[in-house]
Design a protein around this ligand. Sequence first.
Ligand SMILES: Cc1cc2nc3c(=O)[nH]c(=O)nc-3n(C[C@H](O)[C@H](O)[C@H](O)COP(=O)(O)O)c2cc1C
Length: 214
Amino acid sequence: MTTDTLSPSETPLLLDAQTADLLFREARTVNTFSPDEITDEQLAAVYDLVRWGPTAMNISPLRVLVVRTPEGRERLAAHMADGNRAKTERAPLSLVVATDVDFHEHMGRLAPHMGAVAEGLAGAPEARAAMARDNAFLQVGYLIVGLRAAGLHAGPMGGFDAAALDADLLAGTSWRSVLVINVGQAPAEHDDLQTPSTYPRQTRLDFAEVARTV
Ligand SMILES: Cc1cc2nc3c(=O)[nH]c(=O)nc-3n(C[C@H](O)[C@H](O)[C@H](O)COP(=O)(O)O)c2cc1C
């Protein structure tokens, strides 16, 4: 089932077509950016949306290291996989998206009805690490859509040396990296850089292929 062929009056979607395109249908993964600065105000506005996306027991383990300074950007690039390094160096800003494995310390405020669970998690580091990673990845999805809502473009990358990055940029913290996202405005027009702005759009699976009903 697809809504592509439905007229606006027939679609079950509540959001308008322009917003659906901005957030999903026309939004692309971007690898080269204009040099325009991305401000903390923009990032804070994005987070102000993203934080309302649901997580298990509201644990909200997502943490973000904003890598903005030349020194920080150089350190980050050193940990990226070879194929991800040049585009990370060229991006105006990168986010090290991390999860807080000590998220339970905030549960008194975030999940006051779950006191006994929080106590149990305090003595269960392995269960905490798994929950932290699962729920941070869930929030990564909200974050990518949130960046698009601000007119920004994202280049998410799982290809980096997480152990080395954590030992360097996240040393001494309870944060563990899960993803790096280059963030910027898309270039006005395609340039001749080796890594194209976007690869050709690949297809997606249809609803009938991914859903079963019992
Ligand atoms: C979790 C995650 C990890 C990814 N890791 C990499 C990566 O290491 N290097 C890379 O070039 N692209 C990476 N990508 C980009 C995907 O290949 C891209 O988002 C996907 O093909 C969809 O492209 P589109 O948004 O332009 O349709 C990653 C994307 C996600 C969401």
